[in-house]
Write a protein that binds this ligand. Sequence first.
Ligand code: AVJ
Ligand code: FE
Length: 409
Amino acid sequence: MSPDDTPSREASEARAIALADRYLAVRRRTESLARPLSPEDQGAQSMPDASPVKWHRAHTAWFFETFLLTPFLPGYRVFDPAFAYLFNSYYEAVGPRQPRPLRGLITRPSAEEVGAYRTHVDAAMVRLLTTSPTAEVIERLDLGLAHEEQHQELILMDLLHLFAQSPLEPAYRETSPPDRSAATGLRYLAFEGGLIEIGDDGPGFAFDNERPRHKVYLEPYRLADRLVTNGEWLAFIEDGGYRRPDLWLSDGWAAINEQGWDAPLYWRREENGAWTVMTLSGRRPVDPHAPVGHVSYYEAAAFAAWSGRRLPTEAEWEAAVRAPEGQELRQTSDEAWQWTASPYGAYPGFKPGAGALGEYNGKFMVNQMVLRGGAAETPPGHTRPSYRNFFHPAQRWAFTGVRLADDMS
Ligand code: AVJ
Ligand code: FE
């Protein structure tokens, strides 16, 4: 600080450079995730819910262009006016868009041209961040970076789904799975509940759906100190779990019968009877000690019923993670997202923001379930205890898993 207590030019320059560095680090991570992929890998769409990697790369650039550069950088020229139609995901207030199930038909721009688009946006963003980083710009920067990180995980989800459709079952990366045999013991930790608070408590970035922080009353409860394993899921399968309607929600029973599901997504029973699972490292034997992944909410709820337990509510999950006793919980945010029994809805007092960005989370607050925690594929530092992920109850291509809960007696 200079003597009159206004930040010195050096200090504000250092802050601007730090903003630009933070921006560029996130943007580079997206490009490094895409780097092992050919243009063909990047263009294909495996199902209506998934998007081509190329589309994710362009959409995240479009987000900065639309919500930061066009409104805040004087004289900014969009890279290509046609991209608004191609790469707007769901913002009605911004305009019409390519239907999501048809994103795989966008053969142009090429993957290389999308790279040029990203470079164009990056140069302009660095100019914006080093010249006029107002509070509003910084707030939208935080949102844009959190958004890009969400898409980094979506890239891996969608790519795994795509590669799982290929007869070659390619490996995106060559990593050997960790040895988890030491970590199988299961304990239920007790939490007293009572009148607790959940929701964002600052000071860092949080999405609007994590606010307002508010009180919730909880009965005493117990929470498993680790996630459900593949070995436990195998026991459920072998006990006829997928054939017993008494374990299933009505919509879940209908879903598994319509889809013919008898195991988690990506599992396959080989001719010798052994189960294998498609992963980002190719097809592997199912590790009985590893957390189960890629199950729907319906399957998670049926498994809980079979176990004589239940799924935790999102408030139970958050209160436990914040409690001193909760420090003994394992696998809270480094393995798989954990389905909760809570429907995704507005917290008391929630109001979506004005304008197009108000569409970011609020308009999806019906017919989906909340997941808490985070997955191995979630970018480092992306989540926090108040973080609310959400998917439809029949969706299972996300990195989903299960933590069980129970009542006290
Ligand atoms: C929170 C993962 C459900 O995939 O639509 C991406 C994340 N929001 N762009 C989604 C998101 C805007 C969102 N999920
Ligand atoms: Fe998006």
